[in-house]
Design a protein around this ligand. Structure first.
Ligand code: ADP
Ligand code: ZN
Length: 658
């Protein structure tokens, strides 16, 4: 069935790709047909006289007149432009052009009693054709241009509103082993592989498998590769599209393509649909910038949502989508049953880079002098794609120098090139920034570990992610699914302030990196006053209802409390932030050496685990005879404390000029 479609498409393709030729063939056929059926004037009219095989002789008008006068003709037919006359013996047909304004001929016919009549030189066919011809030309020209337009957009005229040709599935050979340095992400998608392999197991038990998984990460971190590997591991067809390819000139085409894509994927189930750059269709509709916006995009998005809702969890079709800007996605896409699961595909840390480099070195002849770790050390902040490129560039350089193997110096050169290229795009973190980030993050980590009620650290990282999104994975208190107690909220404030305080204590100057932390700390205190009745400012009075923000963030509600209350609240927030900040600074000064140790370890490894953080704090406390502030009673692990959103925002915005 699929094959048949393909053949059809191949046929269509020829005509779609050559609209001019199509048009020419089309015209020739029509004109040819016209000639055959209508023929040229004289012979056609010979036919009309029922004298197909009679000899036709063109004569002058005066000759015709004398033929009439001599009664050499018997029957005469008079048209608009010419006259035909049958010779009396029936052997010939004479034709001549009419002379306008001459009436003598008719008089002569009357006089000689020759039978005559008028006739119409056109018949229904030529009449109709005369009407149709201009339209045919117009249609031809339209087809030509439409064809070109479609071609430039990768579609085809005859395939308009149909997408079968753009839905190409493959069965990738990519395996998880080909994707290196993103172990966490691989673990998270492992379950999907299992489901696609043995759907029945899950369906029988009634387990709900996620339909949509959003792969979040900077460009080149291996999102596409990971999606392919899922298909490769599960040995299922992989349907790959890019979000932007749905957005076509003609409204409705994108939606139709989505429909066809899902139809095909369901038919070939179990299967995987991969939508790269989903932000192209999934941009938030609430976003003011596209107000009155893009109908086509909206239709496409709606169709996608409808399709995702349209099949049950028992249909083994998994939709993987990639984006590096999850924060701009329409909330509707992220609801349960859609892309409700997100997998972070991070830029690799040192170890990850070693692994990725090794994967790509497998197929290249490397010299014995090559030191993978050295290359990995030099490439902090680069994504998998950059690393793959470095190896390839190195191989090209070696080839140009007619070497048999790739040497370390080739790799160095290629690293240098890559870095120079990226420095321009400022995707790489510079040493000064690295230092600030290291202290900032260590500050967060220390506070998280030494404050009662704070969530513990799972990982601290200074790997630049170029991901404006991280702030997005954080739960604001009002969106928190689980309850939080008052002291836990204050603990969170302390942890948030820890980053900025560390910058002040250890670097002596504040960067813009803490902006987002402060915003969130402020929000937390505000909610405690306004919503949770946790302070004396408003007592139990609720100043702000927890609002569903389906209208986007915009809808400013009228304030329902006094100016005095507002003033009190502002003062309270400001003062308690200051109070807590001072305490945090004190703590950092007390634990100075522990922070220095963390920073040193971060410099070495880029990522450090919560255990390592606790280890450092623990040995510091022992050495200094401090009573341990490490809290073992809480086993909640914070996933959030990685790189700060605000820290990244900066580097990302400048690099992502797209
Ligand atoms: P993304 O989809 O995240 O932009 P891709 O998956 O297209 O990135 O990565 C492009 C190429 O870079 C891959 O085909 C692969 O060769 C290389 N690459 C990227 N990330 C990795 C990784 N984690 N492991 C191995 N190779 C990688
Ligand atoms: Zn921070």
């Amino acid at each position: 069935m699929a094959n048949q479609d393909k053949n059809n498409n191949d046929n269509n393709n020829f005509f779609n790709k050559n609209p001019l030729i199509t048009f020419a063939i089309f015209s020739i056929v029509i004109i040819g047909l016209f000639k055959i059926v209508v023929g040229d004037g004289a012979s056609a009219n010979g036919t009309a006289l029922g004298a197909t095989n009679k000899h036709i002789q063109k004569v002058s008008y005066s000759e015709m007149k004398s033929l009439v006068d001599s009664k050499s003709v018997s029957k005469v037919e008079i048209g608009q432009t010419y006259i035909k006359a049958n010779s009396s013996d029936g052997s010939k047909v004479y034709t001549t052009r009419i002379v306008k304004g001459d009436t003598d001929l008719v008089k002569a016919l009357d006089k000689n009693k020759i039978d005559y009549e008028g006739f119409s030189e056109t018949n229904w066919f030529t009449e109709m054709f005369g009407w149709l011809f201009p339209f045919l030309i117009i249609i031809g020209i339209w087809m030509f241009f439409a064809g070109r337009m479609q071609k430039s957009m990768g579609g085809g005229l005859l395939g308009m509103g149909q997408s079968k040709k753009m839905v190409n599935s493959e069965k990738p050979k990519t395996k998880f082993d080909d994707v290196a340095g993103v172990e966490e992400a691989k673990e998270e998608v492992q379950e999907i592989v299992d489901f696609l392999k043995y759907p029945a197991r899950y369906v029988e038990i009634g387990a709900k498998i996620p339909k949509g998984v959003l792969l979040v990460g900077s460009p080149g971190t291996g999102k596409t590769l990971l999606a392919k590997a899922v298909a490769g591991e599960a040995e299922v067809p992989f349907f790959s599209v890019t979000g932007s390819s749905f957005i076509e000139m003609f409204v409705g085409v994108g939606a139709a393509r989505v429909r066809d894509l899902f139809e095909q994927a369901k038919k070939d189930a179990p299967s995987i649909i991969f939508i790269d750059e989903i932000d192209a269709i999934g941009k938030s509709r609430a976003n003011g910038a596209n107000m009155g916006g893009n109908d086509e995009r909206e239709q496409t998005l709606n169709q996608l949502l409808a399709e995702m809702d349209g099949f049950g969890t028992d249909t083994p079709v998994i939709i993987l989508a990639a984006t590096n800007r999850p924060e701009i996605l329409d909330q509707a896409l992220l609801r349960p049953g859609r892309f409700d699961r997100q997998v972070l595909v991070d830029k690799p840390d040192f170890e990850g880079r070693v692994k990725i480099l090794k994967v790509h070195m497998k197929d290249v002849k490397m010299d014995k002098d090559v030191d993978v770790e050295e290359v990995a050390r030099l490439t902090a902040g680069l994504a998998g794609a950059d690393l793959a490129n470095i190896i390839n560039e190195g191989a090209l350089l070696a080839g140009r120098r007619s070497q048999k193997t790739v040497k370390q110096k080739d790799l160095f050169e290629s690293v240098e090139r890559a870095l120079a290229g990226l420095a321009k795009k400022s995707r790489r973190i510079n040493p000064k920034e690295k230092k600030i980030v290291a202290y900032h993050e260590s500050g967060h980590a220390l506070l998280a570990e030494t404050t009662v009620g704070a969530k513990k650290v799972s990982k601290v990282s200074i790997v630049p992610r170029g991901l404006a999104a991280l702030g997005y994975t954080l739960n604001k208190p009002e969106e928190n699914k689980f309850m939080m107690q008052k002291h836990e909220l204050w603990a969170e404030v302390d942890v948030l302030l820890g980053g900025r305080a560390a910058e002040q204590v250890f670097i002596g100057e504040i960067s813009t990196g803490a902006g987002n932390d402060l915003e969130r700390a402020t929000d937390i205190i505000k909610s405690m006053v306004q919503t949770y009745g946790m302070t004396d400012i408003a007592g139990l009075m609720v100043l702000e209802k927890t609002r569903q923000s389906f209208l986007g963030a915009g809808g400013a509600a009228a304030r329902e409390y006094s100016d005095k209350m507002a003033e009190d609240m502002d003062t309270f927030i400001k003062e308690s932030l200051q109070e807590h900040y001072e305490l945090v600074v004190k703590r950092l000064e007390e634990y100075r050496d522990a922070i220095e140790d963390m920073v040193a370890l971060l410099y070495k490894k880029e990522n450090i685990t919560g255990e390592e953080v606790r280890e450092i704090i623990h040995s510091f406390e022992e050495k200094n005879g401090l009573e341990s502030k490490l809290d073992d009673s809480i086993d909640e692990i914070s996933e959030e404390l990685k790189v700060d959103a605000s820290m990244i925002d900066k580097s990302d915005e400048s690099s992502d000029e797209k």
